[in-house]
Ligand binder design. Sequence first.
Ligand code: ATP
Length: 293
Amino acid sequence: MTIHATPATTPARERDATPLLQVRDATKRYGGVLAVQEISFDVYPGEILGLIGPNGAGKTTLLNLITGIARPTRGTITFEGRSIVGRRPHTLGRGGIARTFQVVRPFANLTVRENVAVGAMYGAGGARRSTAEAFRKADEVIDFVHLGDQRTAAADSLPVAWRKRLEVAKALAMEPKLLLLDEVMAGLRGTEIDQAMELIRAISARGITIVIIEHVMKVIVGVCERVVVLDYGKKIAEGTPAEVTSNPAVIEAYLGKKYAREHLAARLPDAPVPIEAESQATTEGAGRDDAER
Ligand code: ATP
């Protein structure tokens, strides 16, 4: 099967826009581990940026730095032109940054509607919202993510695909300008992935800028305009999905030769596949070759 990139809008680099988020030389050390090392990239208003790399590459740590859960050891992060280093997650939430978590964390004893209403009270417009207004916002978001039939269900009773949707709904209720999605496709299959991709496109169509961490390459190639690739805490590539998926360093570190053979041969019949990448074809499931093809 060949995956074709479908650029949703004008590429960010052609828009000549001021970045919404700027990360410069971001570094995070945990004891002897350099989880993130001197990473720099920009996120432009309205774009969908993919963040990929093997397990342990530093993707979630980078999201933690952007959302105030962890503080960079070195480097700067600016949002709308102002430094956000040292700001707490709830302050950043009010300022327009919302995220989902890799391990979904609904309030298990609350209903779907109550969970989403919490997001509506916590985010950008949260301070001025009454409880009734928060529930109205929750209802609007629940309809948008197609969870209407589950409105009164207990969050912990939902199957995984709906829990993922609930996680996205909680973040959306915060009315973010920048939405960071951490592996929202994990555990989803077939049509569930297609529906989740449609949801991401619909969120983007609302003008929300999105950064998405994802191992499902179909999603990265299908929805992202640009992709940043990490390996061992460092940025090893940045470009369009077509550029990074045909980059030998990315194939070697992450995608593996099998991906290159199956997905790139049709697009780039003469493209050389690096010999060093051969080993990846035999190490599927070994962690560093974790891209789902
Ligand atoms: P995955 O795809 O498995 O989620 P990732 O790319 O998100 O991986 P991170 O979770 O950011 O990777 O981890 C990067 C490195 O930093 C790993 O070596 C990890 O063990 C380490 N690390 C992350 N958080 C901490 C922490 N709080 N304390 C110590 N080490 C940490």
